[in-house]
Design a protein around this ligand. Structure first.
Ligand SMILES: Cc1cc2nc3c(=O)[nH]c(=O)nc-3n(C[C@H](O)[C@H](O)[C@H](O)COP(=O)(O)O)c2cc1C
Length: 190
């Protein structure tokens, strides 16, 4: 049986990002038969529709766009783990969402089961980023995991020196989220 791939998108480019640390923790929570991997988005050029506009010449689609779109399309599900910038998702993540949204005839996001984890260093856990991401994704007919919603507040306190989430209640909560996400993927595949 082929492993099911999960594309993990991290909404932060910062080296010490808590979103990235969270992603690396939850990647380990998927069951056997799944392989979750971060799909890097930091080098994707800013989205320009000229690349996808059949009426425009001289704008070849960047290879990095094609590679990114192929990795999303090959995935059984997409997991977003994001920081919040100015009450919405960071620009790098919105850029990736836009790149995956074109061309209209072959939208990479279409029908992909999805889960969203947001965090912030403050108490609100990136609530607004999560809701804004959900709004953007609502355009693509994606089954999005409804509950439990995951807003990780005070995120710096969650990790030990090795980057492992050491707060057991948070680990259990995240494991429950991943379990439900896997169930959504299995249901969708059936
Ligand atoms: C440009 C910018 C805007 C930010 N806006 C918010 C915000 O709207 N809400 C929030 O909770 N934190 C905000 N923060 C703080 C981030 O939560 C904090 O920098 C966090 O560590 C970023 O996530 P990361 O660790 O995954 O990079 C902002 C930080 C930056 C640099």
């Amino acid at each position: 049986m082929h492993e099911k791939k999960i594309a993990v998108l991290v909404g932060s480019l910062r080296r010490g990002s808590y979103a990235r640390k969270t992603a690396l923790n939850v990647i380990e929570m998927f069951p056997a038969g799944y392989r979750a991997e971060i799909v890097e988005i930091g080098e994707l050029p800013l989205y320009n529709f000229d690349y996808d506009d059949p009426n425009e010449t001289g704008f070849p689609v960047p290879e990095s766009y094609t590679r990114f779109r192929e990795r999303i399309k090959a995935a059984a599900g997409v997991l977003f783990v994001s920081a919040e910038n100015n009450r919405t998702i960071p620009a790098c993540l919105k850029n990736a969402v836009d790149i995956g949204s074109k061309p209209n005839s072959d939208v990479a996001w279409k029908n992909k089961p999805t889960a969203i984890i947001s965090h912030s260093v403050g108490k609100m856990g990136g609530y607004s980023a999560s809701k804004n991401l959900r709004l953007a994704l609502s355009y693509f007919d994606m089954p999005i995991l409804g509950q439990p919603e995951v807003f990780l507040g005070n995120s710096p306190d969650l990790f030990d020196a090795e980057g492992r989430i050491h707060v057991e209640s948070t680990r259990a909560f995240l494991q429950g989220h991943i379990d439900r996400f896997v169930a959504l993927i299995e249901k969708h595949a059936a």
